[in-house]
Design a protein. Structure first.
Length: 256
């Protein structure tokens, strides 16, 4: 566990030493909430309760977007470690690669959930309403953690394959926007065209946004199928990321 704690603390310190990066990671979700929340405040929400405003509906989707933005960029830190030689030195130690990955995940997922919490509180300040219950909130948190783990691991996979920041940036642009506009983060599924509604059903961002919306807006338990799918996705991506770390370590040994 000392390996996990050490890597987690190092990753966390690097984030706090770059306050500009941290500030920019808030920018897009807050802009989405500001512009969409007030621009579309009269948007019809279909058969949702009349007391649910569009801003209230939108807030869980913006929290999910915050998680996606942060997790999809987490591989950039791994690229920097590779370019400075720190990652190579770490992989040449006896430390299990799974613990190296876990340490980074703990730091990144904790940071992203802290940012999502700040966004949620700001949403309440500007008028969103929440209904919280401990049980439903715990399930929603499990779904959001699995989502963040899956996308952080996927970003790490891209970073370990590319070993340069540009492909990671391209990955963020190519993946985030299509996922956002084919999800229920911004609009209810019943307000979408049929083909888009069918497509959104399989979107991981939809799964986490709906889970957060169920817990935060309606105070009910998120669908267990959502949590289960996200948990499976997190396991697959984490195992793949550890495999890529092992592959890189083997490549370093063979090159000596």
């Amino acid at each position: 566990m000392s390996i996990v704690v050490a890597i987690c603390l190092r990753t966390g310190r690097r984030v706090w030493r770059r306050p500009v990066t941290l500030a920019f990671s808030f920018a897009q979700p807050l802009l989405w909430m500001s512009f969409f929340g007030f621009l579309m405040h009269r948007f019809p929400l279909g058969d949702l309760p009349q007391d649910v405003s569009y801003l209230t509906f939108l807030l869980p989707g913006i929290c999910a977007l915050t998680l996606m933005q942060g997790s999809s960029q987490s591989g950039i830190g791994l690229v920097r470690d590779f370019q400075r030689g720190f990652l190579q030195r770490m992989l040449m130690t006896p430390a299990p690669r799974s613990l190296i990955h876990l340490g980074r995940l703990v730091a990144e997922v904790s940071r992203m959930h802290g940012q999502a919490l700040v966004v949620a509180l700001l949403g309440v300040v500007v008028g969103a309403r929440m209904q919280l219950s401990p049980g439903s909130l715990a399930l929603a948190l499990a779904a959001s953690v699995c989502f963040a783990v899956a996308f952080s691991s996927l970003s790490s996979i891209v970073a370990l394959r590319a070993r340069a920041p540009e492909p990671v940036g391209t990955f963020v642009q190519l993946v985030n926007m299509p996922l956002l506009f084919t999800s229920t983060a911004l609009v209810p599924q019943k307000q979408m065209p049929e083909w888009l509604a069918a497509l959104s059903t399989f979107n991981p961002l939809t799964l986490v946004a709906d889970s957060l919306r169920a817990a935060l807006v309606f105070g009910v338990n998120p669908p267990l199928i959502n949590v289960g799918i996200l948990a499976v996705l997190a396991c697959i991506m984490s195992v793949w990321a550890v495999y890529e770390l092992n592959h890189l370590a083997l490549t370093l040994v063979e090159s000596e």
